[in-house]
Design a protein around this ligand. Structure first.
Ligand SMILES: NC(=O)c1ccc[n+]([C@@H]2O[C@H](COP(=O)([O-])OP(=O)(O)OC[C@H]3O[C@@H](n4cnc5c(N)ncnc54)[C@H](OP(=O)(O)O)[C@@H]3O)[C@@H](O)[C@H]2O)c1
Length: 281
């Protein structure tokens, strides 16, 4: 099997790269430096390699950035995905698109692959649009929906747990974190392994929800566990509600976007995965 990986330096992309290398999968790793998914002229590099599967991890991330720069979010999360899906379909390459639990409105939780998305912000809307482009334009496709991640990153970037850690390192010893934003924290390495499993085993095309097991966790639970496992004791974490932040934030944040799968089993307990992450970093 031959695989092209777009965004091979990202939080998830770098873990997928390691996994493909560990399994000696014949792969072409495309960094943003040498390949811009928004420039279809760059697709020649994919054509020359003639892959079975193209994995696209590139995205415009985050609720606030997408809300503030909707056109940029649209270009990367929708238009580029449309171009790539058409290109892959034309050349009979498979396309794996990484999506998010943020396509759901967060009213109920426990969303399966069959639940219908109802995004409530620009990030979710553009990612859902990317899903539609992928599945409507490409015959051979995977959509992997994943929840909030943790893990070692090799590029620049700042997602929830990294932001909390940065605040702490910059001297903030008291944090207030919402205990009503519920999710399934997941480890980039575990998610990457599952994605590579599904692709290399030639699993049936379609949508898959991939996440670590061990139960649901609020952002508060997530942060408390992270600092505990890092052995950090000089921090106080207080509980607040999402609405306490809402007035200072741009874009609506869904409350309970927990996913489950009616196709595959959950990955190992997220706290065990967190323990591996904290001891190896
Ligand atoms: N992180 C999460 O918690 C999370 C949760 C749910 C879903 N997801 C989804 O998972 C995927 C990966 O997220 P991530 O956290 O790994 O993101 P990330 O760390 O920002 O990685 C994105 C990768 O894409 C590259 N890239 C950005 N713009 C590009 C472009 N125009 N052309 C080519 N490459 C480009 C980036 O390179 P540079 O860094 O050099 O720009 C980076 O290598 C995304 O689709 C995201 O929506 C992530």
């Amino acid at each position: 099997m031959k695989v092209v990986l777009i965004g091979s330096t990202g939080l998830l992309g770098s873990a997928i790269k390691d996994e493909l290398n560990n399994r000696n999968v014949n792969s072409l790793f495309l960094t943003h430096e040498i390949f811009d998914v928004m420039n279809s002229g760059d697709y020649e590099q994919i054509l020359d390699f003639k892959p079975d599967m193209v994995i696209n991890t590139a995205a415009y991330l985050g609720v606030e950035p997408c809300e503030k720069n909707p056109l940029d979010a649209f270009r990367l999360n929708c238009k580029a995905v449309e171009d790539l899906a058409n290109f892959c379909n034309e050349h009979d390459f498979g396309l794996a698109y990484i999506s998010t639990d943020g396509v759901f409105d967060g009213q109920d939780g426990d969303y399966t692959e069959d639940s219908f998305p109802n995004p409530i912000n620009m990030y979710g809307l553009t990612k859902f649009n990317g899903e539609l482009m992928t599945r409507n334009l490409c015959r051979k496709y995977y959509i992997f929906r994943i929840p909030i991640l943790f893990g070692r990153r090799k590029n620049q970037g700042s997602i929830f747990i990294e932001k909390m850690y940065d605040l702490y390192q910059n001297g903030k010893k008291e944090l207030k974190i919402a205990d009503d934003v519920i999710n399934r924290p997941s480890y980039n390495k575990d998610v990457a392994k599952k994605i590579v499993d599904l692709i290399t085993c030639k699993s049936e095309f379609g949508i898959y929800h991939i996440y670590n097991g061990g139960g649901k966790a609020s952002l508060y639970d997530f942060a408390v566990e992270f600092f505990k496992q890092q052995g950090i004791k000089d921090i106080t974490i207080g509980r607040v509600k999402a609405e306490d932040f809402a007035k200072n934030e741009v874009g609506k944040k869904p409350l309970n976007t927990t996913i489950k799968s009616n196709k595959i089993e959950p990955l190992r307990d997220w706290k065990n995965a967190m323990s591996e992450f904290c001891t190896k970093n």
